[in-house]
Design a protein around this ligand. Structure first.
Ligand code: PEP
Length: 250
C-alpha cells in the first residue's frame, strides 16, 4: 500500500491544525491501496488526533526519544506518543541529523525503541550535495541504513524508509524520478541482502521538494512507494493534490 506522509515540521498551533484537518477531510476521498499520514509537531498531536477521529488517516510524530521515561528534560517517549494515537514516527530526518547533530547511533537507538513499542519508524536517509557530486551517494545511503538498523532483526515488515536527498529538501529542486528510482532500487536490494529470509513489506518513500506539479511523474515508477512531503503538505489544497497523484496507482 502506498504511503503519503505530511511532515509539518515546526508549523501549526493546535487551532491551526484543527482547521487544516477539517478542510483536508472535506477534500479527502478514501481509496484502497493508499495510506495517508499526518505528522504535526508534538504540541498539535492531540488536536490532530481528535479531529481525525473516525477517519482512516494515520497520525505520526516527527521525532521521539528512545528511553521510556525518566530525567530527560524536554524529551518525548514513544509510550507517550502511542497513548496519543501515533502509529508512525519519523526517525533521522535530515534536519535532526544536520541541525541538531543527531548521530547514527542515536538514530539506531530510536529505531530499536520504536520497534519495541510497536510504532513504525520512517527511517530517513539521504546524501548531501557534496556527497552526490563526489559520486558516493550509494555508499552514504548504505552506511546510514546499516547503522540505523544495526542489531535489529526481523524488521522488514515493521519499518519504512524515506530517501530524502539533503539538497532536495526545502529547495524547490527535487531529484529526478530516475535518480530517485536508482536509489530506491539500491535500498530495496540492500535490505534484501541484509534479510534474505524476511518479507519485503517495507516501503521506500521519496522526499525532497515534492509538489503538486511534479508528484504525478514520480508515481509512474513502481519503485516509488509513496512520498514524505514537507512544505507542500502545509496547505490541505496542495497536500490533497499530492495524495491524489496516487489515485489510480496500485
Ligand atoms: C521533508 O521535510 O521531509 C521534506 C521533504 O521537505 P520538502 O518537501 O519541503 O522538501
Amino acid at each position: 500500500m502506498k504511503l503519503i506522509a505530511a511532515n509539518w515540521k515546526m508549523h501549526k498551533t493546535p487551532s491551526e491544525a484543527r482547521e487544516y484537518v477539517n478542510k483536508f477531510l472535506e477534500l479527502y476521498e478514501a481509496k484502497q491501496g493508499r495510506e495517508v499520514l499526518i505528522c504535526p509537531p508534538f504540541t498539535s498531536l492531540c488536536a490532530v488526533q481528535e479531529t481525525l477521529e473516525g477517519s482512516e488517516i494515520k497520525l505520526g510524530a516527527q521525532n521521539c526519544y528512545y528511553e521510556k521515561e525518566g530525567a530527560f528534560t524536554g524529551e518525548v517517549s514513544l509510550k507517550f506518543l502511542k497513548e496519543l494515537g501515533c502509529s508512525y514516527v519519523i526517525v533521522g530526518h535530515s534536519e535532526r541529523r544536520h541541525i541538531f547533530g543527531e548521530s547514527d547511533e542515536i538514530i539506531n537507538k530510536k529505531v530499536v525503541a520504536c520497534l519495541e513499542e510497536g510504532i513504525r519508524p520512517i527511517i530517513c536517509v539521504g546524501e548531501k550535495l557534496e556527497e552526490r557530486e563526489a559520486g558516493i551517494t550509494f555508499k552514504v545511503i548504505e552506511n546510514q541504513l546499516r547503522l540505523a538498523l544495526s542489531g535489529v532483526e526481523n524488521y522488514t515488515d515493521r519499518v519504512d524508509i524515506a530517501y530524502e536527498p539533503v539538497w532536495a529538501i526545502g529547495t524547490g529542486m527535487p531529484a529526478t524520478p530516475q535518480d530517485a528510482v536508482a536509489v530506491h532500487r539500491f535500498i530495496r536490494d540492500l535490505i534484501k541482502v541484509l534479510n534474505p529470509e524476511s518479507g519485503m513489506n517495507f516501503r521506500v518513500l521519496y522526499g525532497g521538494s515534492v509538489k503538486p506539479d511534479n508528484a504525478k511523474e514520480f508515481t509512474k515508477y513502481r519503485e516509488i512507494d509513496g512520498f514524505l512531503v514537507g512544505g507542500a503538505s502545509l496547505k490541505p489544497e496542495t497536500f490533497i493534490e499530492i495524495v491524489n497523484a496516487f489515485k489510480d496507482v496500485n
